[in-house]
Design a protein around this ligand. Structure first.
Ligand SMILES: *Cc1c(COP(=O)(O)O)cnc(C)c1O
Length: 460
């Protein structure tokens, strides 16, 4: 018999929502590499970042020393609208898999944006408002980030200008309408509204866009207009900081029952949910208090950690952003058109990249049909229709649990269930119709992307 003393869902009280974010960089002995100015190749200074990002967010971006940063009361109040999020013991899934492993997942999909992205959207919008700005610009791929930001901007009364990857704009009209309902202006990218968009369209008239492209447009739209700044939903240090609420709540819930996970698993696109989930646990490991296994899961069709290079690269296709040292496939890399499973960004958070480089974190890649098989089984057993992104973590958690079945180990597995998949039914349809296939880029495909990596002394 399983130990039923642990409830199906562990809910914290409202007053147990974290009041401070945890900054894992403070406990890293080797810090993530600084952003570089692509012109001078010197580390970006606060005043150089200020035209692009809000002041307070620049300070958070550059802060490698303060372990705890207070969450302003207004942000705490907003968090109360949809947090704490439940930590669920996957009893049904365990039974289905006939595994001795104990599986837990932290579910971040219980808000209208359908993902964890609201945790950082509200923080970034708050600091923009506090600085007296008129609005913010951003990019969105699948649409979760744009939706989260439009919700946060509606709440605070800020303009929200979203550049949405063209293929998603066309394939996900409902996502687009949710954003417009919250008052955002949504433009398919690449567009003729920016110089960089015009340039990309001149070179690739039939392009369906990419996240890297949309970032270039959104940055241009911010820096060329008074009272606007750019905000980004992943990758940056500040975003991982805001997402630490996921890990802090998960840890508090587990601590109530004396549960210590052996393995912690998260899907990795730009690395924000993974970074947020693992941060407090990684902090313990970095301070020598406890050991864990951490696993980043990425799609085989966009394998930045498992097959990328750890070098300085642009965060966008148009090469207008600072250079970040990260595992990257090259800023020109665009995943194959038949890739439907999300997580299509070419690079990876510098924090996650550095932890991986130091061997503190493992990475693996999975193919999309295996991901959707896991998603389907999870939906049927646990009731939640997962986002394809989240299903990458489900896949690896299930594989880990099945390995325990063979060895008889009673490992405790924690994974991040980042969101719901209601807007991903085109991908589910392909899977249900049996026409989804896997595409793994060849070494030659990857070489094309690597060729675009800047040829600078730091990369020698
Ligand atoms: C954006 C998103 C991701 C991937 O982004 P990270 O920054 O890597 O966390 C994963 N799951 C969902 C549901 C998302 O919306």
């Amino acid at each position: 018999m399983k130990n039923k003393e642990i409830p199906y869902k562990i809910y914290l009280d409202e007053n147990e929502i974290p009041k401070q974010w945890y900054n894992v960089r403070a406990d890293m002995k080797i810090k993530p590499a600084p952003l570089l100015n692509p012109g001078t190749l010197e580390p970006m200074k606060a005043e150089e970042l200020a035209p692009v990002f809000c002041e307070e967010l620049v300070a958070q971006e550059l802060d490698n020393t303060n372990a705890y940063i207070d969450i302003p009361q207004e942000i705490q109040d907003y968090y109360k609208m949809y947090r704490p999020s439940p930590l669920v013991r996957a009893y049904r899934l365990e039974e289905k898999l006939q595994t001795p492993a104990k599986i837990y997942y932290k579910f971040e999909g219980n808000n209208t944006s359908g993902s964890h992205k609201l945790n950082s959207a509200i923080a970034q919008a708050y600091y923009a408002k506090k600085q007296g700005l008129k609005g913010v610009t951003t990019e969105t791929g699948a649409g979760q980030w744009g939706t989260a930001l439009s919700m946060a901007c509606a709440y605070l009364g800020l303009d929200c200008d979203v550049y949405m990857v063209k293929v998603s704009y066309e394939q996900k009209p409902f996502r687009r309408e949710v954003m417009r309902t919250y008052g955002a202006k949504v433009t398919p990218s690449p567009s003729m509204k920016t110089e960089v968009g015009k340039k990309i369209l001149a070179e690739h008239p039939n392009t369906t866009g990419s996240l890297g492209c949309a970032i270039s447009e959104a940055v241009e739209a911010a820096v060329t207009r008074e009272g606007y700044r750019y905000v980004l939903g992943s990758v940056l240090n500040q975003v991982l900081l805001h997402q630490s609420v996921i890990g802090l709540e998960a840890k508090a819930a587990l601590d109530k029952y004396g549960v210590v996970p052996d393995v912690i698993i998260g899907c990795a696109g730009g690395g924000s949910n993974l970074g947020g989930l693992i941060s407090p646990f990684m902090g313990e490991m970095l301070r020598g208090e406890r050991a864990y296994r951490f696993i980043a899961v990425e799609p085989a069709s966009c394998p930045s950690l498992t097959r990328g290079k750890y070098v300085y690269d642009f965060c966008d296709t148009g090469m207008v952003t600072p250079l970040a040292k990260m595992y990257t496939l090259g800023s020109g890399f665009i995943p194959s058109a038949n890739h439907a499973g999300g997580l299509r960004y070419h690079g990876m958070s510098p924090v996650i990249s550095e932890l991986f480089h130091q061997g503190l974190l493992e990475a693996c890649s999975v193919e999309q049909t295996a991901v959707f098989e896991a998603a389907e089984l999870f939906a049927r057993e646990e009731g939640i229709l997962p986002a394809p992104e989240s299903a990458h973590a489900i896949r690896v958690a299930m594989d880990e649990a099945l390995r325990c079945k063979e060895t008889g180990e009673e490992k405790t597995i924690l994974f991040g269930l980042t969101g719901t998949g209601y807007f991903d039914m085109v991908a589910y349809e392909k899977f249900n119709d049996g026409v989804m296939n896997d595409y793994i880029p060849s070494d030659a495909d990857l070489e094309e992307g690597f060729a675009g990596i800047p040829n600078i002394p730091q990369n020698k």
